[in-house]
Ligand binder design. Structure first.
Ligand code: URA
Length: 278
């Protein structure tokens, strides 16, 4: 009888599923496993071009060897495609539309939807986190889960809500099982969040957690050293002030650090009070 499992195998399958769920794997992506190393190997080792003959100059190499209209074939090609696409967005709405169609980041295929932003894009302050989690993926809005609730309480403590703050993430698609985005995924998404910041044009940028701080501010030191420090951030059209603070998810795990985060939020309030928007 095809499809029937012996009790032993059914127990083993249940145990394996429980193990996956415990590890955060809560999403089935396909029926069969894909050997991504084999795929990457095929892409990253193209056949060498023939040597030029008859003294003719060889054709200049194309950056992206994928056919026109196809997703970029390599991470470098995806980063170039992201840069080209992002810089052409004339508005935040246009940027959202471009991201909806962008095929250079594989996370788009496993996420339920794009998580672009929440709050007021005209606000003087913009908060940037790492990547959406399960709740954000379901709702299509950043920071709506447990860490979002804590972020809202921290905002409220300095007189902010989502009507006078703008919130987004470095990576706008949920990584499967809430894993950390790879450096490659962050680099592919970086041109989009940079353009989003440029178009929203806040006076103050707040990086939530180490990955957002490292990606946006390019600092190598860990968040424990960088939090509470002010940096200059070049939006592309002007220099604004940027500060790093702990990610709310970290504060949920390490509540004693909330007193340091509170200091950072007081510094953000002071900066906002000192530079009110007209
Ligand atoms: N963590 C983040 O970094 N961003 C979210 O939107 C939710 C959780």
């Amino acid at each position: 009888m095809r499809g029937m499992m012996t009790p032993d195998r059914a127990d083993a399958a249940r145990a394996l599923l429980a193990f996956y769920a415990e590890a955060g794997v809560d999403l089935a992506v396909g029926e069969a496993a894909v050997d991504r190393l084999a795929v990457a190997g095929a892409v990253s080792a193209p056949t060498p071009a023939p040597l030029p003959r008859n003294g003719l100059k060889p054709e200049p190499a194309r950056r992206d060897l994928s056919p026109p209209g196809a997703p970029p074939a390599t991470p470098d090609a995806a980063i170039m495609a992201a840069r080209d696409a992002a810089k052409n967005a004339p508005s935040l709405e246009a940027l959202r539309g471009i991201l909806e169609k962008f095929e250079g980041c594989a996370l788009r295929a496993t996420a339920k939807q794009l998580v672009f932003a929440d709050g007021n894009p005209q606000a003087a302050v913009m908060f940037v986190g790492e990547a959406p989690g399960r709740e954000e993926d379901l709702e299509g809005l950043p920071f709506v889960g447990r860490s979002g609730k804590l972020l809202d309480r921290m905002l409220a403590a300095i007189g902010l809500t989502r009507t006078n703050a703008y919130v987004a993430n470095i990576v706008p698609w949920r990584p499967p099982g809430n894993r950390t985005p790879t450096p490659q995924e962050s680099q592919i998404c970086l041109p989009f969040i940079r353009r989003q910041i440029e178009l929203a044009n806040p006076d103050i940028l707040v990086c939530l957690g180490g990955p957002a701080t490292a990606t946006l501010l390019g600092v190598k030191e860990g968040i424990k050293r960088t939090r509470g420090r002010w940096f200059g951030y070049d939006t592309g059209t002007r220099e604004i002030r940027a500060i790093a603070t702990f990610h709310p998810a970290y504060l949920l795990r390490s509540p004693l650090e909330k007193r340091l985060a509170w200091r950072d939020f007081l510094a953000i309030k002071k900066a906002l009070d000192g530079a009110p928007r007209a």
